[in-house]
Write a protein that binds this ligand. Structure first.
Ligand code: OGA
Ligand code: ZN
Ligand code: ZN
Length: 376
């Protein structure tokens, strides 16, 4: 653990300070990085903890270091211009940017397939609503698996928004603050029919599709209508392994999406698979019903369809599809930018099927999780 670890030696190199820790770990911090992160009250606002230091006030790329003093729990650096910076060693360890430290900080999603049904990530409504530890347990599952089933949520209108508000404010969209998924006359969206919905992510036609989606089952007495979930990150990893060229195409080409009705015409283009700078998966945008006519280079059209069909085949493999028939009181919460959701067709003549839904941003989920972790 970082805090239990002390610095054994501190030496200066050409443009960095090199630390060796008691557990053998090695860290290098550039002079400019250290100067820019000086925690003194002149450089970091003592209340807000926001940076007030302006990196442009130092002459060149490298501030000149005068002396280094390694004390028990801090590293004191005096700079040639007379400024002194005192760094706590546990803070340095926490912010070490060595390859292995950065690797250790990466989120490692738990990938799953249909077999997750035997050990569902689930939690009781009571636990989520009652205290911080229940709330944190829920968010940990959500971040790791990309979905959680919240059990025994009171079947009351609007309860879904109260649960979502445990995390943060709602993310409103063209479907409103919250929405009812029922078979309606004059639907503006296939979700509001009784038709089958293939696996999809919601609102890929928005610049930032909502992060966390809530679907609360209030009534379900109809035949059919089972919910489905697929781990989009798992499917993307399978694609990368089975057909790396297809994976690269879907990570590269921008696909247009569009939703339009009487009041809205929301359009955005983005790749099907988004990765961060380290190659970790960030997002899957996948919704055949909202895919607009492709607007690609002529030479990219056939490679796109080929890649898209390979990916779709993986997403539709029964091994990858978790099928669940929601019961009234079940609240399915999932990362809409990772898990793909769908449902089987249902027979609206056979009985009611009523889900209520809403969204919050993933930033809110991660923020809440960090603040709770700080408290507990
Ligand atoms: C939706 C949706 C699934 C369902 O409303 O976005 O996909 O089970 N609904 O009806
Ligand atoms: Zn300072
Ligand atoms: Zn949907």
């Amino acid at each position: 653990m970082a805090s239990a670890c002390s610095v054994k030696s501190a030496e200066t190199a050409a443009d960095s300070v090199d630390l060796v820790w008691s557990d053998g770990h090695h860290s290098q911090f550039h002079f400019i990085w250290l100067r820019d992160n000086c925690p003194c009250p002149n450089c970091l606002h003592p209340q807000t903890k926001e940076r007030t230091f302006d990196v442009m006030t130092i002459a060149a790329d490298q501030p000149d270091l005068n002396a280094l003093d390694l004390q028990k729990e801090q590293l004191v650096i005096s700079w040639k211009d007379g400024h002194v910076s005192e760094f706590r060693t546990d803070w340095l360890r926490l912010n070490c940017y060595s390859k292995s430290a950065r690797e250790a900080r990466r989120e490692k999603p738990i990938l799953w397939a249909a077999t997750v049904k035997t050990a569902l990530p689930e939690i009781e409504y009571e636990a989520v609503m009652k205290n911080d530890s229940g709330l944190l347990a829920w968010l940990d599952l959500l971040v790791d698996y990309g979905f959680v089933l919240v059990r025994n949520t009171p079947t009351v209108q609007g309860e879904v928004t109260r649960v979502a508000n445990r995390i943060a404010y709602l993310r409103e969209t063209n479907f409103g603050r919250d929405f009812d998924v029922i078979s309606k006359p004059n639907p503006n969206n296939v979700a509001y029919t009784a038709l089958k919905l293939e696996s999809h992510s919601d609102l890929p036609n928005w610049e930032l599709p909502p992060g966390t989606q809530f679907l609360h089952c209030l009534e379900f007495d109809a035949e059919g209508g089972e919910s489905t979930l697929v781990d989009g990150f798992g499917a993307a990893r399978q694609l990368e392994k089975e057909d790396p060229a297809a994976y690269e195409i879907l990570a590269k080409l921008h696909i247009p999406f569009r939703f339009h009705d009487q009041d809205w015409d929301v359009q955005w283009s983005a790749p099907t698979i988004a990765r961060d700078q380290l190659g970790d998966l960030q997002e899957i945008r996948f919704h055949a019903a909202l895919t607009a006519p492709l607007d690609l280079d002529f030479d990219d059209v056939l490679p796109f369809y080929r890649a898209y069909r390979v990916f779709t085949e993986i997403i539709r493999r029964s091994d990858n599809i978790l099928a669940l028939k929601l019961q009234p009181g079940d609240l399915l919460v999932f990362n809409n930018r990772r898990a793909l959701h769908g449902r089987a067709a249902f027979n609206p003549e056979s009985g009611p099927r009523h889900l209520q839904g809403c969204y919050v941003d993933n930033d809110s989920v991660l923020s809440k999780r960090r603040t709770l972790r700080g408290k507990t």
